[in-house]
Design a binder for this molecule. Structure first.
Ligand SMILES: [Zn+2]
Length: 172
């Protein structure tokens, strides 16, 4: 269990970011409150996506709003994302990695199957920014972050920033 009032943005190298999230069994009021809280955190931090571990909760949920507004925010529960199509590189940031923007190679298209807050299952196909965002958020649910995706060169390039984050957030 978790207390939504304790949820806050987690930063690298917080342990929950490196942990595989658990499936959500039941969409109860606590999960609905969590989704609202996650949208708050995302909008306030001016992000376009946020996954459960980034709110400190190791559950399979993420929210996406491609224009960063609350109105466009959507909730994905127990999502499964599969990339397909060609591999393309896009510069990505992550709210859990402030000041780091790194080129990451991913599929240019993606399929998602998830459940919404009303308990209805839906599937979608995405391309462009949406496809990249789905794959990025899904990574969070399996304990993978941009630090794992940036490769050796990225880790060298952002050594200073990563070290700063470790100093600031390494104890949590
Ligand atoms: Zn992220």
């Amino acid at each position: 269990m978790f207390d939504v009032s304790n949820c806050e943005l987690t930063r690298y190298p917080s342990k929950v970011l490196a942990t595989k999230s658990a499936k959500i069994d039941k969409i109860d009021d606590n999960i609905k409150a969590l989704a609202e809280k996650m949208i708050d955190i995302m909008v306030e931090a001016e992000g376009i996506g946020l996954a459960g571990p980034q709110a400190g909760v190791g559950l399979q949920i993420f929210v996406i709003s491609l224009d960063g507004t609350r109105e466009k925010a959507r909730v994905y529960i127990n999502p499964v994302v599969e990339g397909f199509g060609s591999m393309t590189t896009m510069q990505e940031g992550c709210l859990s990695f402030p000041k780091i923007f790194v080129n990451i190679k991913r599929h240019s298209q993606a399929k998602v199957r998830a459940t919404d807050l009303d308990g209805n299952e839906f599937t979608e196909e995405a391309d462009g920014l949406y496809a990249k965002c789905l794959q990025h958020e899904y990574d969070h649910l399996i304990g993978i972050t941009i630090a794992d995706r940036m490769g050796r060169l990225g880790r060298i390039k952002f050594r200073k920033e990563l070290n700063e984050l470790r100093e600031l957030y390494g104890q949590k």
